[in-house]
Design a protein around this ligand. Structure first.
Ligand code: UD1
Length: 416
């Protein structure tokens, strides 16, 4: 267990580069199983979840190693179709391997994946999508036995535009004979990045970014190089930090389109938002204004992964804000922790009402989940005195070193 000790009262100022996106890197790493030659991934963030995914790939027999800043994956030697339980429990994204494994080995064995504690996280949509593609899945004693011998193209209608189920279906479908259509697909930019990578491997995938994706098999070329897209959530977190502290933060390498709904809320709370070809800058007001309604939705709606950070912002805003969490059922753990710092909020099911306070005070708080933990760090920047955020390793799953980045912008955070 590590903890972050945050001395309040800093104002974030300066420039920072957006890192590669975790949520693009993880499915792309899984997709390397579909490559016939080694691939080179640039901009892959060195995060806890990525490290676990690398271990998982290695346990299947892939050769994965860093060459400077580039991650090389050679999956030619992979032959194991059973994922080790302890690694599956460590990251939810292990589920992304089901599709590529069935495509590659025609079989896969896995137990239920782990991940952040943000409510029930069923995998029924993944299973339904794979079954539509002819995969026979037998669930016994918490283990999934997948048989993809009769993998076939199909029209899949997702009941909900799940990001992971869309990506799994895309990756399994590349090995099906014929054209697969995924309807009601997730439109997240990370799905588009996966499409680009699959195309580089020689597969035919079109439509990502819209709600209908078309996948056709292809022949893989010699090797592929890909640069992982930048992380819109990390960028949004630091811009939110500017809004909370009344600072001025410019995030480089990120396009405003990736952050549309977030920038609209930053503008609404009184930030001056400036954007250029590859940067986004937020200049915070002295004290943010309340946000009448923030409602999380699939992309291009407001991202659930930015809900906690906006919650922290609303906690110090002038006026009363309302946040509705529609995507995950239990993603308000940070509410109680922010109350320990003097925040005033009430949560009823998926709705949180936050009465902004003028002053927060340092306290001992716990990071329950990745984004919730980051939100506590942001709030602590505005608190009087010292805040100790326990469970910093949970934050590390999505931020390479949040204290390094925020200290570079003027914060005072020490890891202990
Ligand atoms: C991805 C992101 C995560 C983000 C989430 C929503 C990655 C690695 N993670 O997670 O950071 O918070 O999208 O934008 O990309 N659901 C089901 N059955 C399923 C699958 C999902 O009911 O089989 C439900 C989930 O419980 C949740 C909702 O669908 O309520 C959205 O989940 P989904 O889009 O699948 O999120 P992930 O792909 O897990």
């Amino acid at each position: 267990m590590s903890q972050l000790i945050v001395t309040g009262g800093s104002i974030l100022n300066g420039e920072i580069n957006a890192p590669g996106a975790k949520n693009a890197a993880l499915p792309i790493l899984a997709a390397t199983l579909l490559a016939k030659e080694p691939v080179c991934l640039n901009g892959c963030p060195k995060l806890g979840d990525v490290k676990n995914m690398i271990k998982l790939m290695q346990s299947l027999g892939c050769k994965v190693f860093w060459e400077g800043e580039a991650l090389i994956v050679d999956s030619r030697s992979a032959q194991c179709h059973e994922m080790p339980d302890h690694l599956l429990k460590a990251i939810r994204s292990s589920i992304f391997l089901l599709g590529p494994m069935v495509a590659r080995f025609k079989k896969a064995i896995a137990t239920s994946p782990g991940g952040c504690d943000i409510g029930r996280r069923p995998i029924d949509l993944h299973i339904k999508a794979l079954r539509s593609l002819g995969v026979v899945i037998d669930e016994r004693h918490g283990t999934l036995y997948c048989d993809g011998e009769n993998l076939r193209a199909a029209t899949i209608h997702l009941d909900y535009p799940s990001v992971g189920a869309t990506e799994n279906a895309m990756m399994a479908a590349v090995a099906a004979n014929g054209e697969t259509i995924i309807q009601n697909a997730a439109r997240e930019p990370e799905v588009v990045d996966l499409q680009e990578f699959l195309c580089k491997l020689g597969y035919h995938v079109q439509g990502a970014g819209s709600s209908e994706i078309c996948v056709r098999p292809g022949c893989a070329p010699k090797s592929a190089k890909h640069t992982i897209m930048r992380d819109r959530i990390v960028a949004g977190t630091y811009l939110c930090g500017a809004a909370i502290t009344g600072g001025d933060v410019c995030v480089r390498g990120i396009h405003k389109e990736l952050l549309g709904s977030v920038l609209s809320k930053l503008h609404e709370c009184g930030c001056e938002v400036e954007t250029g070809r590859d940067y986004v800058r937020a200049i915070g007001p002295k004290r943010p204004q309340e946000l009448k309604r923030v409602e999380t939705l699939p992309y291009p709606g407001f991202p659930t992964d930015m809900q906690a950070q906006m919650f922290a912002l609303c906690t110090v805003a002038e006026g009363t804000s309302v946040i509705v969490e529609n995507v995950f059922e239990n993603r308000f753990h940070h509410a109680a922790e922010l109350s320990r710092m003097g925040g005033e909020n009430s949560v009823n099911g998926s709705i949180a009402v936050i009465r902004g306070v003028k002053k927060l005070t340092g306290a001992l708080v716990d990071a329950w989940d990745l984004r919730g933990g980051a939100a506590l760090v942001l709030a602590a920047l505005r608190a009087e005195g010292e805040t100790i955020v326990r469970g910093a390793q949970i934050i590390d799953r999505g931020y390479e070193a949040i204290e390094r980045d925020l200290n570079a912008l003027g914060a005072t955070i020490v890891r202990a």
